[in-house]
Design a protein around this ligand. Structure first.
Ligand SMILES: [Zn+2]
Length: 112
């Protein structure tokens, strides 16, 4: 499992939200921030500084597939990923195009 460092103030390792953080780690909430740093940024109006993370498309799709498998719909998944619903939809479409999925994909179907 890969971990990243929180981009907020805590310097902790953040783990994907579906994982249980070990001592000294924190769960990723959104925008490469743990929930504490996310709250801090939101309260101090600096959340936008963290908006443009370079989120690999494959990672977005991986997270979406996981959430969809848990019965989370696409809008809610987008909220949990910290991206706009339209952004997630475009990411899925981009992924499908890239992989030349000509049929109605499981990705799209999962949210129905
Ligand atoms: Zn943090």
């Amino acid at each position: 499992m890969s971990t990243r460092t929180c981009r907020g103030r805590c310097d902790r390792q953040i783990v994907p939200s579906r994982h249980t953080p070990a001592p000294g780690q924190a769960r990723h909430l959104s925008r490469d921030l743990c929930s504490g740093c996310y709250d801090y940024a939101r309260r101090h109006g600096t959340l936008d500084d963290h908006r443009r993370i370079h989120r690999p498309l494959a990672e977005t799709i991986e997270d979406w597939e996981f959430l969809a498998s848990q019965g989370v719909d696409r809008d809610e998944a987008a909220r949990q990923l910290g991206i706009a619903p339209v952004t997630l939809r475009q990411a899925i479409q981009r992924w499908n195009r890239r992989h030349d999925l000509t049929h109605t994909s499981e990705l799209e179907g999962a949210a129905a």
